[in-house]
Design a protein around this ligand. Structure first.
Ligand SMILES: O=C(O)CCC(=O)C(=O)O
Ligand SMILES: [Fe+2]
Length: 346
């Protein structure tokens, strides 16, 4: 298999991860192997048996609906362009993986809760911005903590499946810039094939996404778009750039997109990152096995920051005014993933 390339898969597998939480080593190994196989061949899978209950998921959705139903002006009180460290409301048109095609979506962005002292001036880190809505913070951050725990279990299972110590990756996860986005894709019958989110890979280690409907499509090794079916209560997991590098391309950061939605849709991705200052380089034993390192190392937080600067209008404006700078050695967008090679036309 080519490093960083998925197989010509025709569907996205579903894996029951409950065995990971059992005390039975054989059950844990079986789940870990299934996860690693999917990470290698598809870069995407759905998980059930993750233990995040219906009440938790429903509370997240109802708070997101409540927030997005506010007047535009009220939402703009929390505009991300007012934040020093990328927290708050992202209005439609603010963000575009392809600058000529802005996404048709709005979002609310938060991340790992941290004090200013802990953030110590690091870009992307700091306290969250919370809307003045009773119960919002508890519901949303409660979901964050549950999904974060599932992410940690997955990360440890990936390490075990690669014959590494269980904490090989997770020891780099103490106060990471892992973001939870509440995304709202409004339905607009008039919109002419306006994409929900353009083709891209995710920048972090992996993403855990809770959607409310189908709509997500992923690109297989042949350049064909494959739909991810909606499965109530399942989380969609996909590998991001950092785990592709760490595994020397054994796990693939698969390109994905959301086209014009046929109905109103919400989705809640948690982008599971490692700590800002982590150097992510192909692991030595995988380089030895493969005979070469397939990727240059990158600095986790800087990769995230550089990609974010390149896709958000307000950060582009700060860059143009000289208020911020792109980290040295920043990769362009679409460095990872197959969509640049195949083109992202349907
Ligand atoms: O809404 C979705 O299903 C996909 C969202 C996504 O890919 C992202 O936010 O990176
Ligand atoms: Fe994504």
């Amino acid at each position: 298999m080519n490093p960083g390339q998925p197989a010509d898969f025709a569907s996205v597998p579903t894996i029951d991860m409950a065995g990971l939480f059992s005390g039975d080593p054989a059950a844990r190994a079986e789940v870990a192997d299934a996860l690693a196989r999917a990470a290698r061949e598809v870069g995407f899978f759905q998980i059930v048996g993750h233990g995040i209950g219906e009440a938790r998921r429903a509370a997240l959705l109802s708070q997101a609906q409540r927030f997005f139903a506010l007047d535009h002006d009220r939402k703009m009180d929390y505009y991300i362009g007012r934040s020093t460290h990328h927290r708050g409301y992202v209005p439609p048109g603010e963000e575009s993986p392809d600058p000529n095609k802005p996404d048709r979506k709005e979002a609310f962005d938060l991340a790992f809760e941290m004090s200013w002292a802990e953030a110590a001036g690091t870009p992307m880190l700091g306290p969250n911005v919370w809307p003045d809505l009773e119960g919002f913070r508890e519901a949303v951050y409660g979901y964050y903590e549950d999904a974060f725990a599932v992410g940690r279990a997955l990360m440890e299972a990936f390490a075990v499946a690669l014959d590494l110590p269980a904490d090989q990756f997770s020891r780099h996860v103490t106060q990471p810039p892992s973001q939870l986005r509440l995304i709202h894709y409004p339905y607009d019958a008039e919109a002419e094939d306006a994409q929900g989110i353009g083709a891209h890979t995710d920048y972090e280690c992996f993403t855990l996404l809770l959607p409310t409907a189908a709509g997500l499509e992923v690109m297989n090794g042949a350049g064909e778009w494959i739909s991810v079916p909606y499965r109530e209560g399942a989380l969609v997991v996909n590998i991001g750039d950092m785990l592709q590098i760490w595994t020397n391309g054994e796990f693939v950061a698969t390109s994905h997109r959301v086209r014009k939605v046929p109905e109103e849709r919400y989705s809640f991705p948690l982008f599971f990152a490692c700590d800002y200052h982590t150097e992510v380089a192909p692991l030595p034993h995988l380089v030895a096995r493969d005979g070469a390192a397939n990727y240059e190392p990158l600095q986790a937080g800087e990769h995230l920051y550089a990609q974010t600067i390149q896709t958000f209008n307000y950060l582009q404006a700060r860059l143009a005014r000289g208020e911020i700078a792109l980290p040295a050695g920043a990769r362009g967008t679409a460095t990872f993933g197959q969509h640049a090679r195949h083109g992202d036309a349907s």
